[in-house]
Each structure stands twice: as C-alpha cells, then as structure tokens.
Design a protein around this ligand. Structure first.
Ligand code: IMP
Ligand code: MG
Length: 181
C-alpha cells in the first residue's frame, strides 16, 4: 500500500467539517451533563481518534475507558455474534457514561454494549456515533448524538479502517474502488 495515498479515495467530510461538527456535539453533550462528571467509553479501535477530539471540546470533569469487541462475519452479512475482547478497566455504577463509537451500522455492536454496560447500573448511559448508516440497521438502536448520517457507503479515515489501514487519514473518505463489501 502506498504511504498516505488518497488514490481510490474521495473525501466525504473534510477535517474542517469534522472539527465543526465535533464541536457542536461536544457542546450538546456538555449541556445535557449539567455540570456533572462524565466517563467516556471508546470502542476500540475505530473510535480512538473521534474520542480524543470530542473529549477536548467537552468542558467537564471527564475520564476515559475503552472496550474492544469483535464480531463474526463482518461486512454485509454479519452473523450477529458480538464478543467482548477487552472489558472496562473501572466500574461505572452510578456514573454518567457516554459510549463513543465511530459508526453505527447494523447496530449489533452498540446494542450488545448498551445491554452489557446497563448491567452495571450507570446513572446515565448515552451513545454518540460519529457516523450513522440507518439503512443498514438490524438491531433497533439509535444513538443519542450523531455526527453525520450517511447512506450505505464504506468509509475510511479519522479512525476508521479497511483492513487496519487508513485510520490515520485526517479526513473521512469514501472508498471508490475495490469496495470491500
Ligand atoms: P455494527 O453497528 O455492529 O454493524 O458495527 C459497526 C462497526 O462496523 C463500526 O464500529 C466499524 O468498526 C465497522 N464499520 C461499519 N461500517 C464501516 C465503514 O464504512 N468503514 C469502516 N468500518 C465500518
Ligand atoms: Mg468500530
């Protein structure tokens, strides 16, 4: 793979557009928090870049935690089985928790995570997804906060990957050739 090549990629959202939307999300999240503390739970690895930008525009006492999940049969034909690879480091009982995800796609990952984290009885549990692909939904779940709603297109960059590549691209890009699905 060529280094940082935008070949076969088309910019969907520029870093400027992303920054503006992330700032809006941060303001909205902070308003709903009403001055209380927050635990941001990032879903590895895709949400890492989004979480780091979002955290810095939320003016609240905030801690980070991360979970990792794997799903079987990725792509257009997911088997629906989601497995936890890395659990939370610290208990979240009685806390204001925000799950931070890159893309809400079939909804299988987030509905699994929501159920799992709710078992710990957080004070509040909200979900922010940078991107939402509503047309792909299998599980009925909505994010409390959505950056951009997009059609069924495969995107990379700003944390999101194709075969672990492209996560470090500063813009959100469409794969225009060799569509993986
Ligand atoms: P789902 O909602 O359980 O189907 O899973 C969503 C996850 O699938 C996201 O967190 C991404 O890791 C991955 N994913 C879905 N669509 C895309 C895409 O367009 N590009 C990169 N990863 C994607
Ligand atoms: Mg992900």
């Amino acid at each position: 793979m060529a280094a940082m090549s935008y070949q076969d990629l088309e910019v969907l959202y520029t870093r400027q557009q992303i920054a503006e939307r992330v700032a809006e999300l941060g303001a909205q999240i902070a308003m709903d928090l009403k001055g209380e503390r927050l635990v941001m739970v990032g879903v590895l690895k895709g949400a890492a870049v989004f979480l780091s930008d979002l955290a810095r525009v939320i003016p609240a006492d905030t801690t980070f935690d991360f979970v990792a999940v794997s799903s079987y049969g990725k792509g257009s034909r997911s088997s629906g089985a989601v497995k936890l690879i890395k659990d939370l480091d610290a208990p979240i009982e009685g806390k204001n928790v925000l799950i931070v995800e890159d893309i809400l796609d079939t909804g299988l990952t987030l509905s699994y995570l929501r159920k799992l984290l709710l078992q710990q009885r957080p004070k509040t549990l909200r979900v922010v997804a940078l991107l939402d692909k509503p047309s792909r939904r299998i599980e009925r779940i909505d994010a409390d906060y959505v950056g951009f709603s997009i059609p069924n297109q495969f995107v990379v960059g700003y944390g999101m990957d194709y075969g672990e590549h492209y996560r470090n691209l500063p813009d959100i890009c469409l794969m225009t050739a060799g569509h993986p699905e």
